[in-house]
Design a protein around this ligand. Structure first.
Ligand SMILES: C/C=C/C(=O)SCCNC(=O)CCNC(=O)[C@H](O)C(C)(C)COP(=O)(O)OP(=O)(O)OC[C@H]1O[C@@H](n2cnc3c(N)ncnc32)[C@H](O)[C@@H]1OP(=O)(O)O
Length: 129
């Protein structure tokens, strides 16, 4: 097993209302893939000293919507180290969510967090010099 297998990186961010795209203030599904790209970039920097390039996704699942006003946590776990390829498991969980039914700015912590999107992807890093 490689020393970096199991390496985990997490990012948190607030989803601004300017990013809402569909009815009910949903963001588009590709939004989660953008989050995966950013967390994969930090993971590759930590594992290989390079930002890496996304080669493919082998699985993408949209479990529940991401909405404007959510606070989301994106997680990347390095599960396989090839020669130049790196297999990563991704997830986005909603950790806080607006409660407009209770008030314009009301919001609550999601306990437990709500799984929104998951994926498995492959990034490629340069050869070791
Ligand atoms: C961190 C996030 C960043 C981004 O989001 S960047 C934006 C989106 N991505 C891109 O624009 C990248 C565009 N694609 C490319 O530039 C190239 O295309 C790649 C650099 C991704 C790969 O090209 P090449 O370097 O010529 O690959 P090879 O020498 O044929 O293979 C190297 C390793 O990569 C694995 N691999 C190549 N393509 C795929 C694929 N499509 N799906 C899964 N794995 C792939 C191989 O097996 C091998 O692996 P092994 O080194 O461990 O033996």
């Amino acid at each position: 097993m490689s020393a970096v297998e199991g390496l985990t990186v997490r990012h948190r961010r607030y989803i601004p209302y300017s990013h809402a795209h569909y009815a009910g203030n949903l963001v588009d599904g590709a939004y989660g893939l953008g989050l995966f790209g950013d967390v994969a970039t930090e993971l590759c920097i930590r594992s290989d000293g390079d930002e890496g390039l996304f080669a493919s996704y082998s699985d993408v699942q949209f479990h529940s919507p991401i909405r404007a006003g959510d606070v989301v946590e994106t997680t990347a776990v390095l599960t396989r180290v090839g020669t130049r390829s790196r297999t990563i498991e991704f997830s986005v969980h909603v950790v806080c969510r607006g409660r407009p039914d209770l008030g314009e700015s009301a919001a609550e912590v999601c306990d437990p967090p709500v799984l929104a999107t998951s994926a498995v992807g492959t990034v490629v890093v340069p050869p070791k010099s």
